[in-house]
Design a protein around this ligand. Structure first.
Ligand code: ADP
Length: 354
């Protein structure tokens, strides 16, 4: 890009941010805070390094990059990376999601409308229907789909060529993908929760873009309560900014951040209401476990997927909950966090099953 093009793009970017801000639209603000290039991505160094190489090699060969699978809990940057892949390849991006593709025909329509080199982003790819998944195997490998016309013995499959494209799949549960699908991705990256230093940088970068004054201990306070997740860091920053503006001096300082986050029930370790109710149910209702995930989900009034994909990974990573072959159990840290004396889970304790 030439410098004047870059300046124009930057202006448009900042313009979209100001409009989103003015309209108070959180989702638009989130979109505007997304890093636009691999260099702007904070953290995930190894993933960015590996991905950068895949893209550069494809660029040099004048080919479309291999298909990419990104996995990890929500809010860690999967969509952001998909957008960056498209922009780094100067390719258009088409976005869809697993649950939106209920029939193989839906997928055939999307695939046959792709242009050469296009990046197709399929969010929640593990939720795609089985027939669509099977169609995708062929498309990924041979750039072809077989559209079946008619039913029963008279049915015929009409092959349709599709131009080379790059599939970027995102999933919160890589383990749920059937291996034939997983194996067709040339590059797979597992995104990890972010360290507090990286989240601190993200908060400061976002505060700069939103033109909010921040002190070092203010951004640090937000970073350490963000559950290792950039999306949450950006959201908490906006809530702290509201608090600072309405009830204090407008600065994102440590006392303002602490007061605001207490108000929004984000505890000092970053656990939110769902995390705490899972721990509360696990310890106080099921005596520390072992308990099946569905039973735990019913106890907290949430979908099993939400508990499994949103709350559990963070609780496991922070040593509050352990997965055992017999079910989920509370660790001593969980009891302590609830202000209770840790209880041993007996190896032959009854399983509260699903
Ligand atoms: P996912 O698709 O994994 O749910 P997103 O890509 O939508 O997550 O990221 C959520 C938000 O977090 C984005 O709007 C972006 O602003 C921010 N974000 C994610 N990853 C990073 C990162 N590595 N550096 C800076 N900001 C990030």
């Amino acid at each position: 890009m030439h410098e004047d093009e870059l300046a124009a793009a930057e202006e448009e970017y900042l313009g979209s941010l100001t409009t989103a801000e003015a309209e108070g639209d959180d989702r638009a603000v989130e979109a505007a805070l997304r890093p636009r290039t691999l260099d702007e991505v904070v953290g995930q160094d190894r993933v960015c390094d590996q991905l950068g190489l895949v893209l550069e090699a494809a660029r040099q060969r004048g080919r479309t990059p291999d298909h990419v699978l990104l996995s990890g809990p929500p809010g860690l940057g999967k969509t952001t990376l998909a957008m960056i892949i498209a922009s780094e390849m100067s390719a258009p991006l088409r976005v869809t999601s697993g649950p939106a593709i209920t029939h193989a025909g839906d997928l055939a329509a999307i695939l046959s409308a792709l242009n050469e080199g296009e990046v197709l982003f399929v969010d929640e790819i593990h939720r795609m229907s089985r027939p669509a998944e099977e169609m995708l195997y062929l498309a990924m490998e041979d750039f072809r789909v077989d559209v079946v016309i008619g039913k029963g013995p008279g049915a015929t499959a009409i092959p349709i060529e599709i131009p080379p494209f790059t599939l970027v799949g995102a999933t919160t549960r890589a383990g749920l993908l059937p291996s034939p699908l997983r194996d067709r991705f040339g590059f797979t990256a597992q995104l990890e929760f972010y360290e507090a230093d990286d989240l601190d940088l993200i908060v400061r970068r976002s505060a700069g873009l939103l033109e909010v004054e921040t002190t070092p201990d203010g951004s640090r306070e937000i970073a350490s309560r963000s559950r290792g997740t950039p999306r949450i860091a950006n959201r908490l920053l906006r809530r702290v900014r509201d608090y600072a503006q309405v009830r204090s001096d407008g600065v994102v300082s440590q006392p303002n951040a602490a007061a605001a986050l207490d108000l929004y029930e984000v505890d000092p370790l970053g656990l939110d209401r769902l995390d705490r109710s899972v721990l509360d149910a696990l310890c106080r209702r099921f005596g520390g476990g072992p308990v099946g995930i569905s039973t735990l989900a019913v106890a907290v009034g949430e979908e099993r997927e939400t508990v499994e994909e949103v709350a559990e990974p963070f609780l496991v990573r922070n040593g509050f909950l352990a997965r055992t072959p017999r079910g989920r159990i509370a660790t001593p840290a969980a009891w302590e966090h609830l202000g209770e004396t840790p209880r041993e889970v007996s190896p032959d304790a009854t399983l509260f099953d699903d």
